[in-house]
Structure formats: C-alpha cells, structure tokens
Design a protein around this ligand. Structure first.
Ligand code: UGA
Length: 441
C-alpha cells in the first residue's frame, strides 16, 4: 500500500485517485475549488462517469480515499504526487496553457518536506517535464528536500474511464531517473499491463501522437464518407471491410460529425502548434483539423437541401454531449449545429439523457440565444411538431426509439442521422426522408 496524493479532481484526477484507492492505496485528492471538494465529501461528483460514484463511495467508506482543499494535508506523507490539472488551449494559437500545471508545481514546492515522486498526468507540451522540475526546484521552501519527476500520460476515455484505467493497453512512464520510474511502475503492476519506460520527452510525445493518430483515423473516414456519398458507396460497410485488416483495425473508423471533447481538438491543435513553432508545417495535422471542422457543416447542408430556408422551422436535436455516456459538452458538435440553425432563424428542441444542465450552460456560454432553444424531457417531445430531427450523439436509447411514434409526432419527416445509427431502408419504410453520413443516399 502506498500513500498517494492527486492534485486536481477533474476526469483524470478523480478516476486515477479513486482507482488507485480501489487497488488498496491510501489516496488524498486535492482541489483548489472548495465547492467541488465540499460536494465530493458528500459523495456528489462533479462529473458523470459510469461506475465512478459507487467506487468513490466504497473507497471513502473504507477510509482509503480522502478529499481536501489543503495541499499541506494532501502532501503529508505522500510518496507519489500525481499532477492531474487541466491544460486547456491557451490564448496563443493553440498552445497548451501550462498555468495550472505550474501553479501545482509551485504549491508542491511550498509544502514538500520529504522525498516524493511527482508524476505528471496532465497532457503537457513536449519538454514540460523539465519545466515542472525547474519550477519545483526554484521554489522549494526546504531546498534540502529531494524529488523526482516522472511523466505518465493518461489514455482514459470519458464514459469508459474506469475500464480504461483498470485494463490499460499500456502504461507509459517517462523519466531521467530510472529508479523513480520503477517505483511508479510498481504502483501499476497489479494491472498486468505492458509498461513502457522512456525519457520524459518521448513519453509526452506518445500521448500527443496517440491522440493525433486517432483523430486522423476519424478525419480520414469522414473524408472517405464524403467520397462514398458522391459515388454511391456505404461508408459503414467500407469501414467494416477495412477494419478486418489487422494492420488497419475497425476502431475509430465511425464516420459522423467529427471528433469533439476536451482532448482530441485541444491536443491536435497543440501538437500542430508545437510543430509550427519548431519551423515545420505539419500538413496532415492541419488537414485533420480542417476536415473535422467541415464535417459538422454537412448537417446544415443536408437540412437546407431538403427544407430550403430554415427560417421558422423547428429542428429537433437528439443528443447534446460530445459522445454518449458523458455529460461533457466541450467542443460538442451539437453546439455548432444549434448555433448555425438558430442563426438561420430556426427554433430548436433538444433532449439529452444526461447532458441537460451542462448542455444549457454550454449553449449559454457560447452566446446562443436560449429563447430559441427548448429543452425537452424525452425524444418524443423533441419530435413533436419538428420539421427535421438531427441525431447528434449516438446514445443507446436513441437506437431503440419507436420510430413510428417519432414519425407520427413530426410535422415533416426529415431525419438527419449524424452518427449513422439507423439504416436507410428501414427509415424509408417508416416514411422518413433519411440522410446518414457517407451512405450513398
Ligand atoms: C480520447 C482518447 O480516446 C483517450 O485515449 C485519451 O486519453 C483522451 O482522449 C484524453 O486525451 O484525455 P475521449 O476524448 O474521452 O478520449 O473520447 P473518445 O472516445 O476518444 O472520442 C473522441 C471523439 O471522437 C468523440 O467526439 C467521438 O464522437 C469521436 N469519434 C470517435 C468519432 O467521430 N468516430 C469514431 O470512430 C470514434
């Protein structure tokens, strides 16, 4: 059993801390936002993540998981200090904002009174491990104290975070201190995953390259989808056919509205920015971003091709979150779709099984006129009186709707399936004018 401190209680911090506690370690999670910690102490989570609430409760109850706003309390006796704070896109053309990481490093320097290994989990620009070391070294209140820095990028997917932590494809550890890397490796041993030890720069790069590659797969299949649509092929079957080739793999070949969320958009931008800064012109990364941006526009094109002007239309939107099983709205396709259709004078009816409050807040933050947006309780409410229905997130419950009932409730039977969850022949049978993405219709 080890004493672990986790700085930051966002997705990564909370999942990491809770899962390490579940493995029997003694974990203290620290966050500077008092309200968040107060709620966590009452068992109220700041995020929706399947299974997490129960796991937090179990480990708090067992006395292995603690929450505090005090760095002093968090760092007391900690052998391992994980930094898991946000690195949002900064003001500087896509560069990652290191403000919170540096702040965490400074706080560690103030409180540390014993040897500890500082492990960076936040996705930071390549070379940041050195920055963390330098900030701690330069601000140490007790200069005699020793520490090591290890980079340990995370590969958790929202909505699947517990499974990804407990059954990782690999654990990556970067450090110039092999002993420190081995100590961190021991924490992960019970997971029986391949552990790769590299230098810090390489570990940081593995994270960016992995996310950029997955984003590239998505933009690639979205480009193929557009070609399929023109030439009369079906991208879903194309992806299936490609995916059987082990060199390609089926994962991340779902054409749709492109990638959103807090990671891919930010990380592809940041990697492109790092390359630009280094005097390179990363053509593929820029193409990946351009394709992703245009992909969302397809919905508007499809709507106007069928309905003509959207002025006065009622557009139903099913799904607000950037993907299913999360309430996360960051860079969600639904925001752009709602922005564009309301700008053209349509009103919108929306429903998401989970992302209602986060959805409302995100739309408001984005300056969308909420008078034009009605939040509904069910998918059928959304369909009522609608001139078109847009599937923007592939929640499971949308796959099993009574489509006859949906069709009957609508004013005009237009169905734009932004996530390819239905089949054209079946939807045509129900009387819908159906458009998927890249399906030759
Ligand atoms: C992603 C990575 O998958 C994780 O490995 C990584 O740890 C994480 O970013 C991170 O850097 O923190 P996440 O953003 O939670 O995880 O979501 P994904 O499941 O990867 O989906 C990202 C976006 O791609 C979603 O908008 C999804 O709808 C879209 N997507 C995914 C597609 O459009 N097509 C696909 O085939 C797959």
């Amino acid at each position: 059993m080890s004493n672990i401190c986790v700085l930051g209680t966002g997705y990564v911090g909370l999942v990491t801390g809770t899962c390490f506690a579940d493995m029997g370690n003694n974990v203290t999670c620290v966050d500077i936002i008092e309200e968040k910690i107060a709620k966590l102490k009452q068992g109220i989570l700041p995020i929706y993540e399947p299974g997490l609430e129960e796991m937090v409760e179990r480990n708090v109850h067992a006395g292995r998981l603690h929450f505090t706003t005090s760095y002093e309390e968090g760092l007391d006796n900690a052998e391992f200090i994980f930094i898991a704070v946000p690195t949002p896109t900064g003001a500087n053309q896509g560069a990652a904002d290191m403000r919170y990481v540096e702040m965490a490093a400074r706080m560690i320097a103030q409180e540390l009174d014993h040897y500890a290994i500082v492990i960076n989990k936040s996705t930071v620009p390549v070379g940041s491990g050195d920055v963390v070391s330098r900030v701690i070294r330069n601000n140490l209140k007790r200069p005699e104290v020793n520490f090591a820095v290890v980079s340990n990028p995370e590969f958790l997917r929202e909505g699947n975070a517990l499974g990804d932590f407990q059954r990782p494809d690999r654990v990556v550890l970067g450090s110039s201190d092999p002993e420190a890397a081995q100590s961190v490796a021991r924490l992960y041993l019970p997971l029986r995953a391949p552990i790769l030890v590299t230098d810090i720069y390489t570990a940081e790069m593995i994270k960016y390259a992995s996310n950029a590659f997955l984003a590239t797969k998505i933009s690639f299949i979205n480009e193929i989808a557009q070609i399929c649509e023109r030439l009369g092929a079906d991208v879903k079957e194309v992806a299936e056919g490609m995916g059987h080739d082990k060199r390609i793999g089926r994962a991340f070949l779902d054409a749709g509205l492109g990638y959103g969320g807090s990671c891919f958009p930010k990380d592809v931008r940041a990697l492109a920015h790092m390359a630009d800064e280094a005097g390179l012109h990363p053509q593929m990364l820029h193409a990946v971003m351009d394709i992703n941006h245009d992909q969302r526009r397809l919905v508007i094109n499809k709507l106007t091709n069928i309905l003509g002007s959207l002025r006065g239309c009622v557009i139903g939107v099913l799904g607000l979150a950037f993907k299913p099983n999360t309430d996360d709205m960051r860079e969600s396709a639904s925001i752009d779709i709602i922005r564009w259709v309301t700008a053209q004078g349509a009103t919108v009816r929306v429903y998401d099984p989970v992302a209602t409050e986060t959805g409302r807040a995100a739309l408001e933050r984005e300056g969308i006129n909420l008078d034009m947006v009605e939040f509904c309780q069910t998918s059928y409410d959304v369909a009522t009186g609608a001139d078109a229905l847009v599937i923007s997130t592939e929640w499971n419950e949308f796959k099993s709707l009574n489509m006859l009932q949906v069709r009957a409730a609508m004013r005009r039977p237009v169905l734009i399936d932004g996530r390819n969850i239905y089949e054209a022949t079946e939807m045509n049978r129900y009387g819908f004018i159906y458009r998927g993405i890249g399906r030759g219709t």
